[in-house]
Design a protein around this ligand. Sequence first.
Ligand SMILES: [Mg+2]
Length: 183
Amino acid sequence: MRRHQKKNIAIDIDGVICDWQGHLSKLVAERLVVTEPYLEKYDQIWHVKDKKTNKSIANFAFDDWKDELHRDAPVLGNAVQVINDLTSDFNIFYVTARLPDQETNKWLTKHGFPGVLHFMRDKTDAPCSAIVDDYIHNLRAYEKKYRIAVCFTQEWNKNERFRYRIDAIEQLPQALENAGLRP
Ligand SMILES: [Mg+2]
């Protein structure tokens, strides 16, 4: 029997397999004093300031707490098992717009995620047939190149129309099958 050629899929980290946003919210609630509603205004939170230090949430998220967030943010759902199961049909590429660091690779290894990590701003550079992402811009860029874009539902993308959408990582194998990518 001829073995089928495995296809490459790109999997975003934050908001798809890692609850970076949720962990950030937790740290903000525990450590900062902010009065503005937090997650409700996702696109505008970065300039919200901590009343004690007068530093912005962006300062904490991308500087002071960066390593801690990358180390301690929890896995979303059953992602480890789901992605391990997918390796029989796919080569897994994690694509992230995070700046290169040591913690991200350690986090993937610690939790048992198989595959290869790439730090990249433009995710369409990844030579993949499909991407799973929560960021509208990346998904549309994939679609423009006639590749499969699977939207992982989050607050910030829920009103956008995508042909393939999942509300939990457990729905990914079916979505890839619906997209004709599984043998
Ligand atoms: Mg993301």
